[in-house]
Ligand binder design. Structure first.
Ligand code: AP5
Ligand code: MG
Ligand code: ZN
Length: 219
């Protein structure tokens, strides 16, 4: 099963994708997490990507498409994947269609998580993330099970993303409206776009998505 999770910054894509990966055994592929790993390498490309990300703009399509195409070709993606943060522009959506066609793969569902702007700002301003695995937490809505320890990987180091500062958040919202929303009509026309109410609590959003994806198929 191949799925795209779409939604504005802070809508809960990463939070939900981590749960779906565990439940359905399909790989969570987040281009934002991949780019954050590139920036941590300190390479020349890493420095360039970091300054783009910190300002809330998009990394150029050619770099992004090449990185994702290489990733979905790896063996651990054969059982299916959940895309989080890709595609984000019309050329990326077209490139994805071509990549899937070339590999004789289909797209089962495109799920849009809808959340009001005020709630997005509240979520991003209270977010902290695991420095090792990128898992997202929130000061009020989603604390780790054991204080100070990441639920997913056990790390004790957390960071606040630089692009969660108000100036960068404003830029990210604008980029989403201008560059990402235009990919929606094509999925709507193909009948694969489903919308979930992301204003609900985290567990309830997971339930809505599971209703769409259906029961876990036996291995
Ligand atoms: P990326 O990392 O993809 O960021 P984003 O799309 O802005 O989304 P976020 O990760 O901020 O939010 P999310 O939807 O994952 O929400 P989360 O689950 O954390 O991209 C970052 C940058 O990388 C881009 O700006 C760009 O520069 C570059 N990039 C990435 N992909 C690219 C591409 N394809 N092309 C070009 N450039 C690219 O949840 C948010 C908070 O809310 C958390 O605190 C969480 O605990 C809380 N929360 C979640 N759900 C709920 C709920 N239901 N109720 C209450 N709180 C909740
Ligand atoms: Mg995310
Ligand atoms: Zn972690």
């Amino acid at each position: 099963m191949n799925v795209i999770l779409l939604g504005p910054p802070g809508s809960g894509k990463g939070t939900q994708a981590k749960r779906l990966e565990e439940r359905y055994g399909i790989r969570h592929l987040a281009t934002g997490d991949m780019f954050r790993a590139v920036t941590a390498s300190g390479s020349e490309l890493g420095l360039r990507v970091k300054s783009i990300m910190d300002s809330g703009q998009l990394v150029p399509d050619d770099i992004t498409i090449e990185m994702l195409a290489a990733r979905i070709g790896e063996p651990d993606c054969r059982g299916g994947f959940i895309l989080d943060g890709f595609p984000r522009t019309v050329p990326q959506a077209e490139a994805l269609d071509a990549m899937l066609a070339q590999r004789h793969l289909g797209l089962n569902h495109v799920i849009l998580i809808e959340v009001d702007d005020a709630a997005l700002i509240d979520r991003l301003s209270g977010r902290f993330t695991c420095a090792r695995c990128g898992a997202s937490y929130h000061e009020r809505y989603n604390r780790p099970r054991f204080e100070g320890v990441c639920d997913v990987c056990g790390s004790r180091e957390f960071i606040h993303r630089l692009d969660d500062r108000p100036e960068a958040v404003a830029a990210r919202f604008q980029v989403y409206r201008r560059q990402t929303e235009p990919i929606l009509p094509s999925y709507r026309e193909r009948g694969i776009l489903r919308v979930v109410d992301g204003m609900a609590g985290i567990d309830e959003v997971t339930q809505q998505i599971e209703m769409i994806l259906g029961p876990v198929s036996p291995a």
